[in-house]
Design a protein around this ligand. Structure first.
Ligand code: 5AD
Ligand code: SF4
Length: 482
């Protein structure tokens, strides 16, 4: 059953401020929380000060991310006290992966918190708020048997348009891989795939309301095996083929993938679907087989290279990004050298690198052979320098070429419109706002930091009557996982 719309037309909407940390799935979940609470008479506000409800949608992937919650809760205590002094009650909820991992501990450490809700139960937020009103506190960090997606109301037309022409859709959640450093299998739970028909409905609704680009998200998205209309389990490649048929969808992406789950149907999708962007986030974490084994990655550096080759064989213009961890327990100089060698061999368009952070409850947190802080710092700096040089070379290579850009929003300067290339590089042109929501060729003239600057390469695109897309910035962070 969906929560009823309990808003009295005579009462002003209550205000909700929501802050998300971490990956794209948290951004997506936050939107779904907004949609759920809209039915309860809540409207979003950009500031904490006038909020009746503040939700922190948290991330537990590394220690630094998790600690941010407690410092933010310290600030919220002051805001809550201030609201109380002016006779207003402010409720504070902690959602997301810290809520899942730390549960009641949060309430013990931070009495300011009224509601704690894990990532699989946020569809119960209305009931939890009611319980907090009646009992003072409410916690739910179970993995409920029902599927939260069956309970979440779809976003309204206005909300979709306000969120812009690029949208995320969760197709899969959780992970069964159990890499020894990673909290995801504990915080997001076991791997679950949504049925094809529900995803098709969601994407069609988004497309009807102006969305042109869909990023399918999941912690291990290419392990997708949702039930198809034929009653069989469909792979991610099969799903992508179906979604490419939906009118209005001009670009498809997916994140985050595990190298072991790249099957032939995914490779075929890259070969056959022009809408599927030739930019793949494929985390490898390390280039050393010894460390990959200790991480329980289930693949070697050689396996990873062969997977990259399978993509390259069907799309010469494909580019890759990745995640790396430096300073995993037992990582020696020669292991790190193997990581640098792998990066050099592949040549990434972008990559994220992190210092290893021991997470409570994971097997790696028990490993004794830790790497010194100085070695970690030095390795991270060297890896980032190599990745930066590859990224700059990749961006520079665009200068003088003509590339397709999906235009998304006005730029900072008057008359400027910003879009993204197939590789998510921001591209700026001077043009009329009508081009938003369209893919148009752009001649790239120069590079400013990470942004490409150029001119529309179509005559008359400025004058033509083009359908306007909604205007909003798109996030480019990736989904934590795989
Ligand atoms: N320490 C450091 N980085 C981590 N990641 C996941 N767990 C940890 C950890 N304990 C990184 C991995 C993953 C990305 C989302 O975060 O590189 O791919
Ligand atoms: Fe799963 Fe990725 Fe975490 Fe490994 S790193 S356990 S594949 S989410």
């Amino acid at each position: 059953m969906r929560p009823s719309n309990s808003q009295d037309p005579m009462t002003p909407p209550r205000k909700l401020h929501i802050k998300s940390y971490g990956c794209q799935m948290n951004v997506y979940d936050a939107q779904r929380m907004v949609d759920t609470l809209a039915g309860e008479g809540f409207a979003e506000t950009a500031t904490v000060d006038d909020a009746d409800l503040v939700i922190l949608n948290t991330c537990h992937i590394r220690e630094k991310a998790a600690e941010k919650v407690y410092s933010e809760l310290g600030r919220l205590r002051l805001a809550k006290d201030e609201a109380a002094r002016s006779g207003r009650q402010m409720r504070i909820a902690v959602a997301g992966c810290v809520a899942q991992a730390e549960g009641a501990e949060i309430i013990r450490r931070a009495p300011v918190v009224d509601v704690v809700v894990g990532p699989q139960s946020y569809h119960h937020l209305p009931q939890l708020l009611a319980r907090a009103n009646a009992e003072g506190r409410a916690i739910e960090t179970e993995f409920p048997v029902e599927d939260k997606f069956a309970f979440l109301p779809p976003p309204g037309r206005e909300a979709i348009r306000a969120r812009g022409i690029s949208a995320f859709v969760t197709v899969q959640e959780g992970c069964d891989k159990f890499c020894t450093f990673c909290v995801v299998p504990y915080t997001r739970g076991a791997e679950v795939s949504r049925p094809v028909s529900r995803i098709v409905d969601d994407v069609a609704r988004l497309a009807d309301n102006g969305v042109r680009e869909i990023t399918l998200i999941g912690q291990n998205v290419n392990a997708y095996h949702g039930e198809g209309p034929d009653g069989r389990a469909w792979s991610l490649g099969h799903l992508l083929h179906r979604l490419a048929e939906i009118p209005g969808i001009v670009r498809l992406r997916y994140a985050t993938s595990h190298p072991c789950d790249v099957d032939d149907s995914l490779i075929a999708a890259h070969r056959d679907l022009p809408a599927l962007m030739p930019f793949v986030h494929l985390p490898v974490q390390s280039g050393s087989d010894r460390i990959l084994e200790a991480m329980n990655r289930r693949h070697t550096a050689g396996d990873y290279l062969r997977t990259i080759d399978r993509f390259r064989a069907v799309r010469q213009d494909i580019a890759f990004s990745s995640d790396f961890i430096v300073g995993f327990p037992g990582e020696r100089a020669e292991d790190f050298a193997a990581t640098l060698a792998l990066v050099t061999q592949i040549g990434y368009a972008a990559a994220y690198s992190f210092k290893y952070s021991p997470r409570p409850g994971t097997p790696a947190a028990e490993m004794q052979e830790t790497v010194s802080a100085a070695d970690m710092d030095e390795r991270l700096a060297r890896l980032q320098e190599l990745i930066d040089s590859q990224q700059s070379a990749f961006n520079k290579a665009a200068i003088g070429t003509t590339v397709d850009v999906l235009f998304e929003r006005p730029g900072r300067n008057p008359g400027q419109i910003v879009g993204r290339t197939a590789y998510l590089q921001p591209a700026h042109v001077m043009a009329r706002p009508e081009i938003m929501g369209r893919v148009l060729p752009v001649r790239i003239d120069s590079l400013e930091r990470y942004s490409l600057l150029g001119e529309l390469a179509v005559s008359g695109a400025n004058r033509a009557s083009l359908p306007a897309g909604a205007i909003a910035p798109s996030a480019s962070r990736l989904v934590t996982g795989a």
